[in-house]
Design a protein around this ligand. Sequence first.
Ligand SMILES: [Zn+2]
Length: 413
Amino acid sequence: MFLRIFVIFAACCALVASAPAQSVPDQNAPKARPHVIVVGVNGMEWDIIRPLLIRGELPNLASVIKRGVYGKLRTVSSPNCPKVYSTIATGTPPEQNGVTGFIVGGITANTNMLKEEPLWSILSKNGVTVGMANVPATFPVMPVNGYMVSGMLTRGKGCEDGVLCSPKLSQVEGGDAVYPKSMVAEIEKNIGDISIDCARMPSVDDLKGHESQVIDEWLDEVQRIRVQQTKLFDYLLTNHSTDYTMLVQSCEDRVGHWLYPIQPHNVGYNPKVNNVKLDAFPSQYRAFDAVLGTILKHVDDNTYFFILSDHGIKPLREFEEDPHMHMDHGGTTPVIAKHDFADGDDVPGSFIAMGPGIKHDVRLMGFEATVFDIAPTILHLYGIPVPSQMRGRVLSQMFEGTKVERAAGSAQQ
Ligand SMILES: [Zn+2]
């Protein structure tokens, strides 16, 4: 296990609070560190997003794409959230960083399993202030030079294994969901008793005979969580501005798994469920676009802004050995789409970046960007050397003045 940082950031609160405006520039003041915001969207699928972009239904996302570079993000084999987000955080393959899936050796994936140092620790150690909220597999939270609110795989009452369910902040058990602890009361006071992750999907028994009603109620709950999450993100960006901020949404993927707009020829089609809300999954991206609008209020010309997803999501295929491999809490949700295909190139994630010196409206073709490249690229922005264990490379081709070259040696791992 890597050496975890247990340094107490005594000045934490001062560090995360917004710096007071200075009328006279201090010649001796250290140069401001880059401002970086990363927004993760679980299972963002270009197949669904492209038609919405063409119809002008995702104005905020379209504006980011126009001002930046965009394309697919090559992911790992059989991708799922804990596996890929830990790969993104450490720049190392799942087998090396220790988080190989939802459950590892019979135990729900957690931060104690990390065998490689994650980005948030490296940044903290180098004096960069770090803010994170709802990033999968960050429970129990780790000390950082700022704050961390955990995400998917947080355990609690009614969600004992933490897998694809959502304890409220007051129900969390088995570790801390918020660092520093003092922020728990602050979040409860200003936002409420937040749900840490998206809602659990209904089971076959829940749905039987009440399909329309259950779907409507569940989608209402998903939207309620998203509204609360938006409020949280806005609050943190406003009141605890940090050099590096990473915020992740997970409801999109959750909706796609069982409400993907599949056709009668697709595997698992059941008109009673799959013909009720054909627009449910695309609408998640319309809702995400509104969240993006809120986040973009905190993005200025000097901010490096990334939108990325850990993988896409596609309808099930007959020939896959285990079409219901995806964890869906008891295996009774009628899953019709998934992402843990053996060939990760079947379900690439997405990568969109804009900021100072980043090219405008440039598409990265093929698999120029991979999940291994995210941590090295962010470290590069801060001038921090990339540790030797990281497998990726700095995505230098996204900057002005560089030629777009096909990445070599970035094969799936
Ligand atoms: Zn999923």
